[in-house]
Design a protein around this ligand. Structure first.
Ligand code: FAD
Length: 475
């Protein structure tokens, strides 16, 4: 048989090169997914993504069953042990998977390597989650890229999208199946069930839903993507991130279809702007692959000594959207309610946390990890280190976003704020961005019980800059 190993970042059949490779071996295929019963932080999906994973695994199994196959599930104390046991006991000729990229996946790959050698099992690793093999891109001097623009240029030059691959109507099945645990025994759904009241009404996980989200984006979002992607009050981005994070849609496919859209008349600016974002995703994976310790440590080592606050009472107000700064609170409520947040507001809430409040970026990364349906170790690490100023090609620490100006610019009528903070619905447009500055709103704010800002944007900015100057002088 051929074992086809799925991971939480791979859950699709179409455009899945690992499946393509497994079919080419000519053996019956056993699709397998192993879930660790326990894991270190960031080594398995957080709460919101676990809800997604449950539904995604059910959808994947249904797609396999339609093709005469099925998904074998295993819950394991130690995934390596279970995989080794299967390799030792089943008549396995080949093991196929998309190249392991995350630190714990690479550890799993090394622990099974001796068994594969000893039993002469063929290992077929395909490039399925990223556009390129992450070993491949190097600077002229052979170093790893740390700056995005040259990385993007090299990617543009070297990337050739693979041919499309659609799964066949039948996937060859073995004469008998190994035992499988039930999906329920993975215990992925939250208890108590907070998801049905929140994220479940916003999303439909699974490969079919990924394709329909893509079709909507191609028709309504992509044509304006370059001009509107930062607007908080418009639905101009693809919202494909949870499908990409869970591997329900392929980055190769996205690259290709936007090229087809360009040939059908969409502007090259829109297409380039979208591909550039796919390249940021690729850069995130690339950095994490080459610097696996950055999930917990700053990429630039001198930042290890930066005096971030690790415990702070303001953290809870930030998490629950009670900072008194409307665009920040709207964004944090959007996250809590829907499991997703616009990229522009991810930047704003991260800047407020790490700069105005000087709280360690890891506290923010951890909250995102548990609440985002698109929580992705590579992109989350990149986003937090970039905003905090301690990552590769990061925004310099002294660049501190002003959430009020950003809110006026990207949500001029306050529509985004009103949607996620309905209690501010009656505030007139001019003062919705900074209601504490408008004496005429004071009475209304008191009635609603909306808090005053937990931090002065002006003073905290000055303090952060002074702290930064002192710290820089000391290193
Ligand atoms: P689109 O604008 O439609 O972009 C298409 C795809 O490109 C996205 O789905 C995503 O895969 C990729 N992409 C877009 N912007 C970025 C970016 N800035 N960096 C890397 N990839 C990008 N993205 C995640 O997928 N998971 C995370 O856990 C995550 N955490 C973040 C944390 C912070 C602090 C910040 C600032 C950004 C984070 N991002 C994360 C990146 C970005 O905000 C989201 O990918 C984007 O908002 C998803 O919306 P979309 O699918 O509509 O994006």
């Amino acid at each position: 048989i051929t074992l086809l190993l799925f991971t939480p970042g791979d859950l699709r059949l179409a455009e899945n090169p690992a499946l393509d490779a497994a079919l080419r071996t000519g053996h019956p295929i056993v699709p397998l997914f192993i879930w660790p019963r326990r894991a270190e932080r960031f080594e398995r999906p957080g709460a919101a993504r676990r809800w997604w994973l449950h539904h995604s695994l059910a959808a994947l199994d249904a797609e396999l069953q339609r093709r005469g196959s099925r998904l074998i599930l295993r819950v394991a104390e130690d995934p390596a042990e279970v995989l080794i046991q299967l390799l030792e006991t089943l008549p396995v000729a080949a093991l196929c998977w998309n190249l392991p990229l995350l630190p714990h996946e690479r550890r799993l790959a090394s622990s099974i390597a001796p068994v594969l050698r000893r039993r002469s099992i063929r290992l077929i690793e395909t490039v399925g989650r990223t556009l390129l093999d992450l070993e491949q891109l190097r600077t002229k001097s052979g170093d790893v890229y740390r700056v995005f623009t040259p990385f993007w240029k090299a990617l543009r030059q070297q990337y050739i999208p693979p041919a499309p691959f659609l799964p066949p109507a039948r996937i060859p099945a073995p004469s008998s199946w190994p035992d499988s645990d039930t999906l329920e025994s993975l215990a992925l759904l939250p208890r108590p069930d907070w998801a049905s009241e929140t994220i479940a009404s916003h999303w439909l996980p699974g490969e079919a839903a990924a394709w329909s989200t893509l079709r909507t984006f191609l028709a309504y979002g992509l044509p304006h993507y370059d001009r509107a992607r930062d607007r908080l009050d418009q639905e101009a981005t693809s919202k494909l991130s949870p499908y990409l994070a869970n591997g329900e849609i392929s980055p190769h496919l996205l690259w290709r279809v936007v090229g087809e859209a360009q040939r059908a008349g969409v502007s090259s600016k829109a297409v380039e702007a979208f591909r550039r974002q796919l390249a940021w995703r690729e850069f995130g994976y690339y950095l994490l692959y080459h610097f696996p310790e950055t999930t917990h440590r700053p990429l630039r080592p001198e930042w290890s000594d930066f005096p971030w606050r690790t415990e702070a009472p303001e953290l809870e107000a930030w998490q629950h959207g009670r900072t008194g700064i409307p665009v920040i609170d709207a964004a944090m409520r959007q996250l809590w309610q829907s499991g997703w947040m616009h990229n522009r507001t991810r930047l704003l809430v991260a800047s407020l946390l790490t700069k105005n409040l000087r709280i360690h970026w890891l506290r923010g990364a951890e909250w995102f990890w548990d609440t985002l349906v698109d929580a992705d170790l590579a992109n989350n690490t990149l986003g937090w280190q970039w905003t905090a100023g301690c990552g590769a090609d990061a925004a310099p620490y002294f660049r501190i976003f002003n959430p009020v100006l950003q809110s006026k610019k990207f949500d001029p009528e306050g529509r985004y704020i009103r949607r996620w903070l309905p209690e501010l619905g009656r505030l007139p447009a001019p003062c919705i961005h900074a209601p504490w500055e408008a004496p005429s709103c004071a009475e209304m704010l008191r009635e609603i019980g909306y808090p005053s800002p937990i931090v002065s944007l002006m003073d905290s900015r000055e303090e952060a800059l002074a702290l930064y100057e002192n710290w820089k002088a000391s290193i």
